[in-house]
Design a binder for this molecule. Structure first.
Ligand code: PLP
Length: 396
């Protein structure tokens, strides 16, 4: 018999395991560790949303739904997206409910890519982007964004990366892992490039509720590229419930896209997932219809933690640009002469604090570590004190 390793499809064998998971295996089973690691809200989903799921079960609502998702949920999504992003989608033909943004991303890539088609995206980025492209037989083309530019994606870099094989431009603002938001002038230039070169844009807007304005407390501005002139017809807008509503375990997301693209994605979804879980869908209707106040409560809590973190890093003289969104900070640790992996390992061993090495998000992450501040304020204070001790030792 041939070794089982030789039976694994080449595409799958070629992709690495997630650097985050690898690092967090070291943390497993250690209850002394404060984790600023995994990008998951520390809040439970708001009670009224959980209640909607419980109520669904009590009423025996345990069936499949339409492949596209419950009509009531698609109506709510369309209404919400119109209000939030100022783009109108037909709930009957342009909205698809998925098992998280993860599934939406996967089926968007599979629906669009032929072998060798290129997808441009910006690094450091969410760990799933390149694997999702490669598993759809596409070629991933990463643009390295820079700390010096506050990790904004520059239109000039996008233009330089476009070839005649480029099919998709994949964007994520606010960005995981940097918390970067895109300056509107660059976003407008990028939209013009997408039109000029006839690209499809996949815009992952999963953190778009978690935006911090100039004073670091109020809600900041967020513009979706889908809302810019000429963009709705070439954009797949991805969004979900995991972050803003603290619903990671519900596994629910959605895509909004022109009918032809929605239909192609739906075909894959239909044969692979069939539909998203009905209890999660019913909970999501409750989230969209009545969840704004809870989202704002959590956003404000993140804003306070973000500001604490920035204050403390400033005091430690560890440069950290002010992230405009999400719940991540990406401090610059280059002064210590350690790789981001060494820094994270030593911090874990010496102070029992877990952060993620920047390189887990691509080579452009070297020199930084990701600190997720979706962690209780008191815990965060302790973690920052420990990071302060560690940093002082490195400096002395
Ligand atoms: N997109 C980004 C940028 C993320 O950071 C994450 C999760 O961390 C996801 C998508 C996955 O989201 P979901 O839980 O909806 O699958």
């Amino acid at each position: 018999m041939k070794p089982l390793e030789d039976r694994i499809a080449k595409q799958v064998a070629s992709i690495p395991r997630s650097g985050i998971r690898d690092f967090f295996e070291l943390v497993q089973g250690r209850d002394d560790v404060i984790s600023l690691g995994v990008g998951e809200p520390d809040f439970a989903a708001p009670w009224h949303i959980r209640e909607a799921a419980i109520f669904a079960l009590e009423k025996g609502q345990t069936s499949y739904t339409s492949n596209l998702g419950l009509p009531s949920l698609r109506e709510s999504i369309s209404k919400y997206v119109t209000k939030k992003f100022d783009v109108k989608y037909d709930p009957k033909t342009e909205v698809l409910v998925t098992v998280g943004v993860s599934e939406a991303l996967d089926i968007a890539c599979r629906a669009l890519l032929d072998p060798g088609d290129e997808v441009i995206y910006h690094e450091p980025c969410y760990v799933s982007y390149s694997p999702s492209i490669v598993m759809a037989y596409g070629k991933s083309v990463a643009i390295q964004t820079k700390l010096e530019d506050k990790f904004a994606l520059l239109a000039s870099d996008v233009e330089a990366a476009i070839t005649d094989r480029t099919k998709i431009l994949l964007l994520n603002f606010p960005t995981n892992p940097t918390g970067a938001v895109e300056p509107i002038e660059e976003l407008e230039k990028i939209a013009k490039l997408a039109i000029k070169h006839d690209l499809i844009v996949i815009s992952d807007e999963i953190y778009s509720e978690l935006i911090y304005g100039e004073n670091g407390i109020d809600v900041g501005e967020h513009t979706s590229i889908a809302s810019l002139p000429g963009m709705k017809e070439r954009t797949i807008l991805l969004h979900g419930f995991s972050k803003a509503y603290a619903m990671t375990g519900f596994r629910l997301g959605y895509s909004c896209a022109p009918h032809v693209l929605t239909e192609a994605m739906m075909k894959i979804h239909q044969y692979s997932m069939l539909c998203a879980p009905i209890m999660s869908q019913l909970a999501a209707v409750e989230a969209l219809e009545n969840g704004d106040a809870e989202v704002e409560r959590m956003r404000k809590a993140y804003a306070q933690r973000r500001n604490l973190l920035l204050r403390k890093f400033r005091k430690m003289e560890v440069p950290c640009f002010s992230p405009g969104g999400a719940f991540y900070a990406f401090p610059d640790i280059r002064q210590f002469g350690l790789s981001s992996m060494e820094f994270a390992h030593r911090l874990l061993e010496e102070e029992s604090v877990a952060v993620v090495p920047g390189t887990a998000f691509g080579p452009a992450g070297e020199g930084c570590v990701r600190c997720c501040y979706a962690t209780a304020y008191d815990e965060l204070e302790i973690a920052l004190e420990k990071i302060g001790n560690f940093v002082s030792r490195l400096k002395s």
